[in-house]
Ligand binder design. Structure first.
Ligand SMILES: [Cu+2]
Length: 498
């Protein structure tokens, strides 16, 4: 193959090697014609510093089944459950995690939000070779910042299976002024319900051709395609592409919800992670107001609200003082009219459980937009003028299904560049009519308010100037965390140059 296009790689790889999309990077960075295989080799072992605590874990990625309120579906997961096992360490610890790949496909693990060493970032073709079936790979890195994170593959649309789990980095200096903690992982679910995420992607991409591809089906007839319902109250426009039959909290649909128990009056810390591939949620706890304390791991000025939006890849921590009774904790998909909602139960006393379609009034009161939060002083980047600027436009459309950055899909767009030590200002603009969660690997950035994020929701036609300190050398990805947009090309490289 002499001229490799990104589309050729994507469609050629569907169903067999989801890594093909990210492999386009290697193809365009090397000699062009022959995509280098095995260019990274085995990871170079690194050693913890003296006195550093080592946290060791093995994660087995494998086919499993998931019980959705009595309906059993086949999927892929880490270990035996969805989400996979909680990984927990303290800021400054050295993590040594072995990925044991028992999947029938190549995979990797990306440690979402962590400013870790580049070889551990989990992007095949950019930081490592994909991990082949029946082989393993050791990730070794220091976790520098406390916070709520998660991990997932960075291969194809594998994230839209059950391959995700929470990662909590504790702060050794935080007083922990709460009685208990609940980790809530939100997801949109389609795998094993008659289709797979690879097939969903294939249908979305077929929408690009305008002829053939779909065998005469029009958009409205496609399974698994969102009908584009607009949510009047939300600022996000047409928020998703895929129609999901289920929405989950901690791997369970509302018909069989997780029940979180505590005593009335107790203070609970919620750590809420959006692991969905194509769904923004509005989150509320019936009968309560929440105080948001952290965004993407970093502390914010505590902010009370009835509800908040959470985009794909974002995390929010909140403190709630619990009332007496049984309450629905609802994550309502934005802009989607089928598939219901995600829900867990909070039980501190007696009472009947709320129905699966419980609609707490908090959802329609004050809904906080995360990028409006204010950082605490300690979370700000040091004050400094940018040394360099870069332009980043989010481009593309639903019909045809073609997404890119700076006017071209990944592999055809020019990488952004920065020199080590610079403060880089990225002037990001969403030039599309959809909302995109913009995610930067290996760094956290600051919004103009100083708010630190690694993933930020960008509404249609919205702009942000985001600043980052180039203090982590390597080749990194910047991409939309709608996993289907990313795979369709809405990614760009950030490279350190001499
Ligand atoms: Cu997007």
């Amino acid at each position: 193959m002499n001229t490799i296009t990104r589309r050729g790689l994507l469609i050629g790889g569907l169903g067999t090697a989801g890594a093909a999309g990210f492999g386009a990077y290697a193809a365009t960075q090397g000699s062009g014609a022959s995509a280098p295989k095995g260019t990274f080799g085995a990871p170079t072992p690194v050693s913890p510093d003296p006195g550093q605590t080592v946290v060791t874990k093995t994660l087995t990625a494998k086919p499993i089944t998931l019980d959705l309120a009595g309906r059993t579906v086949s999927t892929w997961g880490y270990g035996d459950a969805v989400p996979g096992p909680l990984l927990r360490a303290t800021a400054g610890d050295f993590l040594r995690v072995t990925l044991d790949n028992r999947l029938p496909d190549e995979t990797t693990i990306h440690w979402h939000g962590l400013r870790l060493r580049n070889p551990a970032d989990g992007v095949p073709g950019m930081t490592q070779d994909p991990v082949k079936p029946e082989t393993s790979y050791v990730y070794e890195f220091t976790a520098p910042d406390p916070g709520t994170y998660f991990f997932h593959p960075h291969v194809g649309v594998q994230l839209d299976r059950g391959l995700y789990a929470p990662l909590i980095i504790d702060d050794p200096n935080e007083p922990g002024d709460y009685d208990t903690e609940w980790v809530l992982v939100l997801d949109d679910w389609i795998d094993g319900t008659g289709t797979t995420p690879d097939e969903v992607l294939e249908k979305l991409l077929a929408n690009d051709s305008g002829s053939g591809g779909m065998g005469g089906m029009d958009h409205g007839e496609m399974d698994g395609m969102n009908q584009g319902a607009m949510d009047e109250a939300a600022p996000w426009g047409d928020a998703g592409d895929v129609t999901y039959p289920y929405f989950l909290i901690n791997g369970r649909p509302p018909a069989d919800p997780e029940t979180l128990t505590a005593k009335p009056g107790q203070k609970v810390r919620l750590r809420i992670i959006n692991a969905a591939s194509d769904t923004i949620f509005t989150v509320a706890l019936g009968g309560h107001r929440m105080t948001i304390t952290h965004s993407d791991g970093f502390p914010v000025e505590p902010t009370e609200t009835d509800a908040f939006y959470i985009g794909m890849g974002e995390r929010y921590d909140a403190i709630v003082t619990l009332e007496d009774g049984v309450f629905p904790l609802v994550a309502k998909p934005v802009g989607k009219t089928s598939g219901g909602q995600a829900m867990a139960l909070v039980r501190t006393g007696s009472g009947a459980a709320p129905a699966a379609d419980a609609n707490p009034r908090e959802l329609t009161r004050e809904v906080l937009v995360g990028s409006d939060l204010r950082p605490v002083q300690a979370a700000k980047l040091p004050s400094r003028r940018p040394d360099a600027t870069a332009r980043l436009t989010l481009t593309g459309s639903m019909q045809p299904y073609a997404w890119g950055m700076n006017g071209a899909p990944f592999g055809k767009n020019e990488p952004l560049t920065v020199r080590a030590g610079q403060r880089l200002r990225i002037n990001a603009t969403n030039m599309t009519m959809m909302t995109h969660p913009l995610h930067v690997h290996g760094h956290t950035f600051a919004l103009p308010s100083g708010l630190r994020k690694d993933t930020v929701l960008m509404a249609p036609m919205q702009s942000f100037a985001i600043d980052l300190d180039a203090d982590n050398e390597g080749d990194w990805l910047i991409h939309c965390h709608n996993i289907y947009h990313g795979e369709a090309g809405m990614m760009i490289a950030l490279e350190y140059t001499a």
